[in-house]
Design a binder for this molecule. Structure first.
Ligand SMILES: [Zn+2]
Length: 205
């Protein structure tokens, strides 16, 4: 049975104890599921195990869940702008196809709510640097310069990367964390609030 994916909004401290989650601190490192640790600091988690629930929290970054059609294998990735630019998605798929001898086309992908291009922007050196990095890795379509700001399309780029990697079964949420009133770090900043509640995707493996 394919994993059941739900979008919930929880505060971090209210996550049920039996949910396996991770903190996105080291955004470019993947961890294999370790039953001793309920919380990992990584950019992604690989779970090869049935009957468990895994949660992924973001508040503007792109949450990506990959599940295999036959194996009890689920991968959750927390993709910020740099994780998107360096194509952590493809790196992960390459790792899986090599390590487990699986095919990219046997994965299904679910892209959860993230911030839209209109509200994910930077000006000044930050915007210029980010745009150069996206372009360096070949993701020119991720960047749009409007007036003095650079705008970045994270979810659309992740979708493009999935399709190029051979994952064609892609479901994309049409919700934006900023516009649709989901927990959004950027909207919070605008209103002088610190967002501590995050969007959580839970997936029953
Ligand atoms: Zn939006």
């Amino acid at each position: 049975m394919p994993p059941q994916i739900k979008i919930n909004v929880y505060t971090s401290d209210k996550l049920a104890a039996n949910i396996y989650t991770f903190q996105a601190k080291n955004h470019y490192c993947l961890k294999n599921f370790n039953s001793k640790l309920k919380s990992q600091r990584a950019g992604g988690l690989i779970i090869y195990r049935a009957n468990c629930t895994v949660a992924l929290q973001t508040a503007d970054c792109v949450p990506l869940i990959l599940s295999h059609r036959q194996e009890p294998l689920v991968i959750v990735l927390h993709l910020d702008w740099l994780g998107t630019a360096i194509n952590l998605t493809q790196k992960t798929l390459n790792h899986l196809t090599r390590k487990y001898r699986l095919k990219a086309e046997d994965f299904r992908a679910f892209i959860g709510p993230s911030i839209c291009q209109k509200y994910y922007s930077n000006r000044g050196w930050k915007g210029r640097l980010k745009s150069l990095i996206f372009k360096f890795f070949g993701w020119n379509t991720a960047v749009a310069k409007i007036a003095n700001r650079w705008h970045f399309a994270l979810a659309a780029t992740v979708k493009q990367q999935l399709l190029l990697s051979g994952v064609s079964d892609v479901t994309q949420s049409n919700q934006c964390t900023y516009c649709d009133n989901l927990p959004s770090k950027r909207r919070g900043k605008q209103n002088g609030q610190q967002v501590i509640t995050e969007v959580t995707l839970t997936c029953n493996v």
